[in-house]
Write a protein that binds this ligand. Structure first.
Ligand code: NAD
Length: 497
């Protein structure tokens, strides 16, 4: 059985702990490898390698760090097919979707190559006579990233290039369900010339996460995953004095106005609801149909749901692949059961979808519900599967209220041709990322990604300018030279003079 190793101090290692976890091929349902589940001893090895590497890395000119990132970027591009194949084999998503994820991750590397520019401070000459002042951003030290299964390349790359460009050492703890891609990324960074100990990978489950959260030398933790774990990571990490950004789950609503371009809206919702089997934190899981558009919307969506091409991710012509595990498949199907029991109309039922030749794979078909109401479990919970819930609202105000009352606030979208409505929506909606006729409004790498409410705990969004702030601390310097120093001690608060 293949064992997926940690990557510590520039080397692959099985680590100290003997615990292992199965890594499945979700398309066949077979175990294809095992991953080493590390513990506090393995983490200590990584922290000591990072401790040794940090002083030199922090003192390395930003331009030199940037040149290494340029090489990383080129290697990621060169090996994009290989990375996509690794993602697809362990996660199950289709190869074209996996390649898209690699590109979105690569864009964060491209942003981080601007390290000398993004780390520029602010300077004010003559804040008082003979006195100058400036600010600069310095690295925190050792930081860690804990990532979810659904983007095994993109989410580590939301974090690692930002942490490294700003002079930190970074330890990734990837999802134990698809851990290989992180090891491959660490090898790419090493090949590009990154010194050993600056980027490392430790595998594990909650024991490793808790060891990270409690380790006194880890100064910052960047987390992406489900809301209950995000809350735990934020509470425990901050209680141990760390800076934490913890991005959680979502229930993203799209408001469909009667004046929208219906065919284009249906295209957009089809990809956003069922693409990647709905396992995206920015998936649209609720469509709120306003007024008379509902019947036509549901009919057209149903037609699309019934004709999606579903199968293994390695066949690039498929629209969607399997779910991540058998347990997750069961959970999704149970939630669909609950929707039926609570009175929603199941227009398309994906529960019994079998792929011939892949009977043991973790597949479901696409499901579509109509007449979903606020109190139903399928509305209250993040399903994280290929299930779209349609709700009906009499007017825009009712639809907006629904979005704003959701405990989640990750992404949201409106489909309309009316500028007034779109502007009102943008201004008043309680969510971190907003699309106008754009179903999945994921900000580009040079902006920052993050939700509101239960979709993010902490103060900083991910990558872009917010990523620079998260991984650095500000130092303000005030300076004068002997000619500008007045004689005598000063006892009052200094003011302009
Ligand atoms: P998850 O919360 O189960 O796991 C995330 C990470 O936490 C993994 O590395 C895992 O090993 C660790 N973990 C799991 N259980 C733990 C526990 N009890 N204690 C400590 N650590 C634990 O999430 P997942 O199933 O891998 O990913 C799907 C979730 O992530 C969805 O809720 C999705 O919305 C969310 N997500 C959010 C964003 C975002 O940007 N907001 C992006 C991607 C995914």
């Amino acid at each position: 059985m293949k064992i997926i190793p940690h990557f510590i101090g520039g080397q692959k290692t099985g680590g100290a702990s003997q615990r292992r976890s199965d890594v499945f091929n979700p398309a066949t349902g077979e175990v294809q490898a095992q991953v080493a589940l590390g513990d506090a001893v393995d983490l200590e090895s990584a922290v000591s390698a990072a401790r040794a590497a940090f002083p030199k890395w922090a003192d390395t000119p930003a331009l030199t760090r940037s040149r290494i990132l340029f090489r990383v970027r080129d290697l990621v591009e060169k090996r994009a097919d290989e990375l996509a194949a690794v993602i697809s084999a362990e996660h199950g998503k289709t190869i074209p979707d996996a390649k898209g994820e690699v590109t979105r991750g690569m864009e964060v590397i491209e942003f981080a190559t601007a390290a000398p520019e993004i780390l520029k401070g602010e300077y004010t000459e003559q804040v008082s006579r003979g006195i100058d002042a400036w600010t600069m951003r310095q690295p925190l030290g050792i930081a860690a990233g804990i990532t979810p299964f659904n983007f095994p390349v993109m989410v580590p790359l939301w974090m690692a290039p930002m942490a490294i460009a700003t002079g930190n050492c970074f330890i990734i703890k990837p999802s134990e369900r698809d851990p290989s891609a992180s090891v491959m990324l660490a090898e790419i960074f090493k090949e590009a010339g990154l010194p050993d100990g600056v980027l490392q990978v430790v595998h594990g489950d909650k024991d490793m996460v808790n060891a990270i959260l409690e380790h006194p030398e880890i100064k910052a933790v960047s987390f992406v995953g489900s809301t209950p774990i995000a809350k735990h990571v934020y509470a425990t990490g901050t209680a141990h004095g760390k800076r934490v950004q913890a991005l959680g789950g979502a229930k993203n609503h799209a408001i469909v106005m009667p004046d929208c371009d219906l065919d284009k809206t249906v295209d957009a919702l089809t990809g956003a609801a069922w693409g990647s089997a709905g396992e995206r934190c920015m998936a649209i899981s609720v469509a709120v149909a306003v007024g008379p558009v509902a019947d036509a919307l549901v009919n057209k969506l149903a037609e699309r749901a019934r004709t999606l091409k579903i199968g293994p991710g390695e066949d690039g012509s498929n629209d969607m692949g399997p779910l991540i595990t058998a347990q997750h498949r069961e959970r999704v199907c149970r939630l669909v059961d609950s929707g039926v029991e609570q009175g929603a109309t199941l227009v398309v039922d994906g529960r019994e979808h079998v792929i011939s030749g892949h009977e043991k794979g973790f597949f479901t078909g696409a499901s579509l519900f109509d007449n979903v109401t606020y109190d139903m479990k399928i509305y209250q919970e993040e399903i994280f599967g290929p299930v779209l819930c349609v709700m009906r609202a009499p007017d825009f105000e009712t639809a907006l209220k629904l979005v704003n009352e959701s405990p989640f606030g990750n992404g949201t979208a409106i489909f309309t041709r009316d500028g007034d409505t779109a502007r009102s929506f943008t201004h008043r909606v309680q969510a971190g990322m907003v699309g106008i006729n754009v179903p999945i409004p994921v900000p580009m790498a040079f902006h920052s990604f993050g939700g509101w409410k239960d979709s993010l705990f902490g103060d900083h969004h991910m990558h872009g300018p917010e990523g620079v702030r998260f991984f650095t601390r500000l130092k303000a310097v005030t300076s004068r030279w002997p000619e500008g120093i007045r004689n005598g001690a000063e006892f009052s608060m200094p003011t302009l003079g």
